[in-house]
Design a protein around this ligand. Structure first.
Ligand SMILES: CC(C)(COP(=O)(O)OP(=O)(O)OC[C@H]1O[C@@H](n2cnc3c(N)ncnc32)[C@H](O)[C@@H]1OP(=O)(O)O)[C@@H](O)C(=O)NCCC(=O)NCCS
Length: 178
């Protein structure tokens, strides 16, 4: 299997692993999602947000463990991203740090197709579970993940995000290996 391409079951779209060289195009997506940065961090995305994303890993991980996937349309325009850490927090689990679609691409089924394609890809790579966290205030995000079959495992104490504070729901789902 090509290690960098995710098969999408929807014509006209493709998904693949992004590399640090793609930071400029990813930064444009962050800029399109400025409203989400305000919602989470209370401030617009940094001009280095995309570059920083490739380098941000938990202490026990290296940048080799960071997987950022991009969703592209037929003209190769980046429409969305999934940021993740392989085998974290344990060997059976893939951690999904962020999923974000450009605002005009939301609410028409693309996100669920992109997530399901991502899950098929991680399942092939021997992963049993996907875990993530979603901020309590993100009701639409929470609904989306429930719709994708995730269950709330626990709630965290308040955490600092930029100049905002959020309680998080940690959610998990056993991946579909059919
Ligand atoms: C969350 C996100 C990735 C979902 O992608 P999407 O393409 O908008 O979602 P879909 O259209 O595939 O929706 C799938 C299901 O999720 C739920 N959902 C999605 N958007 C919703 C919304 N705005 N309000 C309520 N439910 C919603 C619905 O139940 C929908 O089911 P339906 O197809 O029966 O209507 C996208 O909306 C996004 O980028 N949001 C901003 C960033 C974010 O909140 N990310 C999640 C936290 S990491």
């Amino acid at each position: 299997m090509d290690n960098s391409t995710i098969l999408m079951d929807i014509a006209g779209y493709s998904a693949k692993r992004l590399q640090p060289l793609d930071a400029e195009v990813l930064q444009q997506l962050y800029a399109q999602c400025t409203e989400f940065a305000y919602f989470i961090d209370g401030q617009p995305p940094l001009s280095t947000a995309a570059r920083d994303e490739f380098l941000a890993v938990p202490q026990t991980k290296t940048t080799q463990d960071k997987y950022i996937f991009g969703l592209f349309d037929a003209r190769n325009v980046l429409l969305g991203m999934i940021e993740s850490i392989r085998h974290y927090p344990d060997n059976q689990t893939w951690w999904l740090g962020l999923m974000m679609l450009a605002p005009e691409q939301r609410g028409k089924g693309l996100g669920s197709k992109f997530y399901k394609a991502f899950e098929r890809w991680v399942a092939v790579h021997g992963v049993r579970q996907v875990s993530l966290s979603v901020v309590e205030a993100n009701e639409q995000g929470l609904q989306f993940w429930k719709h994708m079959g995730f269950e709330v495992i626990r709630k965290t104490p308040p955490k600092q995000f930029g100049n905002k504070t959020h309680i998080l729901y940690v959610m998990s789902r056993i991946v579909n290996t059919d």
